[in-house]
Design a protein around this ligand. Structure first.
Ligand SMILES: [Zn+2]
Length: 445
């Protein structure tokens, strides 16, 4: 039975076109959508009332790139290549649908509790992740870590053609909270023929495409060595770029590639904390944005990044550009707040439904408790620091209540639809079993 809900008394950071901030406003949610966003705290006549005093109400954060494998903080200090061969590749080869579900429940539990309402999850055995998202209440686009046998041999954890056959007859409608997207793990793991088919399938099925591109310098050189052209030009030739394609990383793109991404309307998911942790490169975020490319934010997986906190990703994005360019003005708090909300929505091609708190949009919202001493002094008006406090001082642990599609999924910092202790235990068991087959890390000389 649909329940109407009102959130009253919060400072509403709407992220609408005028970037309006409403002090002590009222948000009414009905049948999964924002029905009204008003100044003042009138009696909203809703079935259920949530007090938001002392909190900021933000649009739900959108994490445009993560992997939900059941592992965390493994292989610290290894290069991308060494670490990938030792952990992600071995995990993927053994993962069952139950492991995928366990890893995804863990990743989605952490995401929701830290204010992320939408995830783009690229994972092995995607049916397990899909079930996890349906169960826990998060909005998700589930993407296979797909490859083809010609390019990846038996290293392919999900074979692209098998995935398309499996989902072919049972795609949820375009309004569904949980949907499948198509995608590829790495440009060198799929042949051009498979990519061409993927572009056709995406148009036929009405879904998007997500893949990794040019994360490390070595990745970026692969198409130069094999096809005598940079990766973005190769992907354009293969027919997979477009307004519903999101490429993770793009750390080593050339000006020519930036122009191709802009021309085709392709979006980029920037993962600053993962890139810093693995030492892979610095995405040209300013050049991409200046060219008109939508840049969304992601955390990458908890195996590579250790956590799935989009507040850390926002902060990391600012800090990375500023130190890289020796320019304190390079990327601002307001820019990263936009990337984590409206930018993510645009990357998904869902800017009409997500990314801001406006009547008519899907009701995904997050109450951030700004009562803590780490939010004081709070200054409004002249020297206003509200946006800076959100970008620089907030942590996922400040999130109190989370609403997705009009349903309360986190309340007083606890999940409402799933059992946290059971989720932690299942993920622990999966990780221990998967790690049994991973050899010891060779000592460094
Ligand atoms: Zn990734």
């Amino acid at each position: 039975v649909p329940v109407s809900l009102a959130i009253v008394g919060a400072t509403i950071v709407t992220m609408n076109d005028g970037r309006e901030v409403i002090e002590g406003g009222t948000v009414v949610i009905d049948r999964g959508r924002f029905a009204a966003v008003d100044r003042g705290t009138r009696d909203p006549h809703a079935d259920r009332l949530i007090r938001g005093d002392g909190c900021v109400l933000l649009p739900g954060l959108i994490n445009c790139h993560l992997h939900s494998r059941p592992g965390r903080a493994l292989g610290d200090g290894l290069s991308l290549f060494e670490w990938h061969a030792l952990f992600p590749d071995r995990f993927c080869r053994q993962m069952t649908e139950a492991d995928s579900r366990a890893g995804s429940l863990l990743a989605f539990a952490e995401s929701l509790k830290r204010g992320t309402t939408t995830v783009m999850d690229m994972t092995c055995k995607p049916a397990g992740a899909f079930a996890a998202a349906e169960e826990i209440g998060i909005r998700a686009r589930i993407v296979p870590l797909a490859a083809d046998v010609e390019s990846a041999g038996d290293g392919a954890c999900d074979v692209y053609a098998d995935f398309v056959t499996a989902i072919g007859g049972r795609l949820p409608g375009p309004d569904a909270r949980v949907q499948y997207w198509l995608g590829f793990d790495a440009v060198d793991g799929v042949g051009e023929r498979t990519l061409r088919q993927m572009g056709k399938d995406a148009r036929r099925l009405g879904v998007g495409i997500h893949g990794h591109m040019s994360e490390s310098r070595d990745d970026a050189g692969w198409t130069d060595r094999t096809h005598a052209m940079p990766a973005a030009l190769y992907l354009r030739r293969a027919g997979v770029l477009g307004p519903r394609t999101v490429l993770a990383h793009c750390n080593w793109v050339t000006p020519e590639e930036i122009a191709v991404l802009a021309e085709t309307g392709t979006s980029v998911a920037h993962n600053p904390t993962s890139n810093m942790k693995l030492g892979t490169g610095v995405a040209p975020v300013l050049e991409l944005r200046a060219a008109g490319v939508t840049v969304a934010l992601g955390t990458d997986g908890m195996l590579s990044n250790f956590h799935l906190d989009m507040f850390e990703a926002m902060r990391g994005a600012c800090m990375l550009q500023r130190i890289h360019r020796l320019d304190a003005h390079a990327l601002m708090s307001a820019d990263v707040l936009e990337m984590a909300t409206r930018g993510g929505a645009r990357a998904l091609g869902e800017q009409l439904a997500l990314g801001s708190i406006e009547a008519g949009k899907r009701a995904d919202a997050v109450l951030v408790d700004i009562g803590g001493v780490h939010f004081r002094p709070l200054i409004r008006g002249r020297h206003d620091n509200l946006t800076a406090l959100l970008a620089w001082c907030a942590h996922g642990s400040d999130v109190r209540t989370v609403v997705v599609d009009g349903t309360v999924v986190v309340e007083e910092r606890r999940l409402c639809l799933a059992d946290e202790a059971a989720i932690a235990l299942d993920a622990q068991r999966s990780a221990e079993r998967l790690l049994a087959a991973v050899p010891d890390i060779a000592p460094r000389p």
